[in-house]
Design a protein around this ligand. Structure first.
Ligand code: ACO
Length: 374
């Protein structure tokens, strides 16, 4: 048996260095606490911070917003293709295809200088909302809504999907969710993006791979399944029994637990407040009561706190967004973090190629086909 260190799931392993975010002493992006960013900043400012390393001044932010607005168009052939993808295909799968298709129209595809990658990432930030909304509305037989540069990034994204201009509270709550989803050091999808970049592949390939990693139920896909939990429970009085039964069947309760936050996910606490405010605005706190009961019971039975996906599912439901859009909206935000990591990895690259521990059969003699057939 080898004595070399082996950590299943790479748990606890420091797999690289980053200046983009830290979870030590609370989550921070480039030194700024996410609480300060969530309260005082906007998603475009945070995306700029992640990509450029510093918060923008007014002029830099205005220029950044102009590029986002100008990028909010997609080649008509891609829009047409999105409408031809079979109806049963999920929004997340269609988005993965859409991002891959957008790459074919990028004249800078193979330019791997950091400035070119920042430009590509900024354009993608503007294009992904269009891809999500176009596919969603074509699938539902609804007319497409043009991007409105007069609205904030969050406000326009909501309007592109629902066709309605959101209330100021809905717009702020959604913007905060985008800020909180934007970056999270070496999570599975970001690590995927860095592995792909480390082979000297292009930015789009890294982002497409990251979308594939995010889709899984143990990662970003959890936010879609959380709403199913709340709908299955349906009434606060059924919550304890539902959780007890789920745990006895060794089911994972989606939206609980985290690989690195064992005492609680700070992002979940921030977003929970916005869920409560939106529920009050809608004058319907039934889901809040179900969520609170499940939360207390999972904590007392299993010691597990909720993660960000727990409140975000309710929040997106309150914003009248369909469940199938929850993980694609995570992409619309996290693409900023992924791209920052792609740029950082490329600037100081070493091929990511770990080793495995072999557990297969010991060395054995080769038998020719006729010998194996006797
Ligand atoms: N429901 C029930 N039990 C759980 C859950 C859960 N959500 N999460 C962890 N556990 C239990 C495990 O069964 C295990 O119990 P045991 O020791 O009795 O066998 C113990 O807690 C430790 O679990 P691990 O799987 O070792 O923890 P790990 O660090 O690998 O898991 C993970 C992290 C994958 C996120 C896990 O908590 C989970 O599956 N959660 C549900 C999916 C989810 O919400 N994902 C979103 C992550 S956050 C994000 O992507 C923004």
């Amino acid at each position: 048996m080898s004595t070399e260190a082996y950590h299943p799931g790479l748990e606890g392993v420091i797999a690289g260095e980053t200046a983009i975010s830290s979870i030590t002493g609370g989550l921070s992006y480039r030194g700024y606490s996410i609480t300060d960013l969530a309260v005082q900043s906007t998603f475009p400012e945070v995306a700029y911070l992640l990509l450029h390393g510093e918060l923008p001044n007014e002029e830099e932010l205005a220029d950044f917003k102009t590029i986002l607005d100008e990028s909010a168009t997609i080649d008509p052939s891609i829009i047409q293709f999105l409408g031809q993808i079979p109806l049963h295909v999920s929004s997340m799968d269609a988005l993965r295809t859409g991002v891959s298709a957008v790459a074919h129209f990028d004249p800078q595809l193979d330019d791997d200088r950091p400035a070119a990658k920042i430009a590509q990432a900024t354009r993608l930030l503007g294009q992904i909302p269009i891809l999500i909304a176009a596919r969603h509305r074509l699938r539902r037989g609804l007319p497409l809504i043009p991007h409105d540069p007069e609205l904030s990034f969050a406000g326009s994204l909501l309007r592109l999907i629902t066709g309605e201009t959101p209330s100021p509270l809905a717009e702020k709550a959604f913007d905060v969710s985008l800020i909180l989803y934007a970056e999270h050091e070496f999570n599975a999808s970001t690590f995927t993006a860095r592995v792909i970049t480390s082979t000297q592949s292009d930015l789009y390939s890294s982002i497409v791979g990251a979308i594939g990693a995010l889709k899984g139920a143990l990662h970003g896909g959890a936010n879609e399944r959380v709403l199913e939990v709340l709908q299955e429970v349906d009434d606060p009085s059924r919550a304890d029994d539902w959780v007890r039964e789920a745990l006895s069947k060794k089911r994972r309760i989606m939206g609980f637990g985290h690989r690195v936050y064992k005492d609680g996910d700070p992002r979940a606490t921030i977003l929970r407040n916005y869920c409560q405010m939106l529920a009050a605005e809608r004058e319907d706190n039934r889901l809040e009561r179900i969520a609170d009961t499940i939360e207390s019971f999972v904590k007392s039975e299993k010691g597990l706190p909720p993660n960000l996906d727990w409140p975000s599912a309710r929040l997106y439901h309150y914003l009248d967004l369909e469940v199938d859009l929850f993980t694609p909206l995570f992409v619309a935000s996290r693409v900023a973090g992924w791209a920052a990591h792609v740029i950082e990895q490329g600037a100081n690259n070493r091929l990511i190629r770990p080793r495995s521990r072999y557990i297969g059969p010991p060395s054995r003699p080769y038998l020719r086909l006729d010998e194996r057939s006797n």
